[in-house]
Write a protein that binds this ligand. Structure first.
Ligand code: CU
Ligand code: ZN
Length: 178
């Protein structure tokens, strides 16, 4: 009888394991199969802007999602900068725009690899990010890799042409991508 009970328990265990296996193979991972990295943005230059950004590799492009708050309304410059160093009070430690192609500043897909254009903040100073970018990868090693670099929000809008800064003003939030 003990043997029968033990066998019953074993069968329950096998059923439970089978159920677990089924759960992990439902095929809903979709967009999130790719390499991911994130950055928590902290206020700089005396601002109150904070938030987070997530980068997910999707084929040869990168999905950028996130939430930001504490800004003034309107479009504000949004870039990847070269150095993953946000320690300076004005975030100048992050260096210039990430520019592995050694080109001039411009619109997304046309200028620096780190030129992500503008994020539009609403009347409450909040913004939701959901965009696809090309020219960068979620990697530490590739020449266009953004892990170990910094993501920056500016005080003003990027005019998408003035080299090398886009004339976007102060650096009001900064986060290291890791
Ligand atoms: Cu910038
Ligand atoms: Zn630029």
């Amino acid at each position: 009888l003990t043997l029968v009970a033990a066998l019953m328990n074993l069968r329950l265990l096998v059923t439970a394991l089978a159920a677990l296996t089924t759960l992990t193979s439902c095929g809903i991972t979709g967009l999130y199969d790719g390499q991911r990295a994130s950055a928590r943005l902290q206020s700089r230059s005396g601002s109150h802007v904070t938030g987070w950004v997530i980068f997910t590799q999707v084929g040869d492009r990168v999905r950028v999602t996130g939430d930001l708050a504490g800004h003034t309304p309107g479009p504000k410059g949004f870039h990847i900068h070269e150095k993953g160093d946000c320690t300076a009070p004005d975030a100048m430690s992050a260096g210039g725009h990430f520019n592995p192609g050694n080109v001039k500043h411009g619109a997304p897909g046309e200028g620096h690899a780190g030129d992500f254009g503008n994020i539009v903040f609403d009347d409450y100073g909040s913004a939701t990010i959901n965009m696809m970018v090309s020219g960068v990868s979620v990697s530490k090693d590739k020449p266009n890799g953004i892990i170990g670099r910094a993501v920056l929000i500016h005080a003003q809008s990027d005019d998408l042409k003035t080299d090398p800064t886009g004339n976007a003003g102060c650096r009001v939030a900064c986060g290291v991508i890791d």
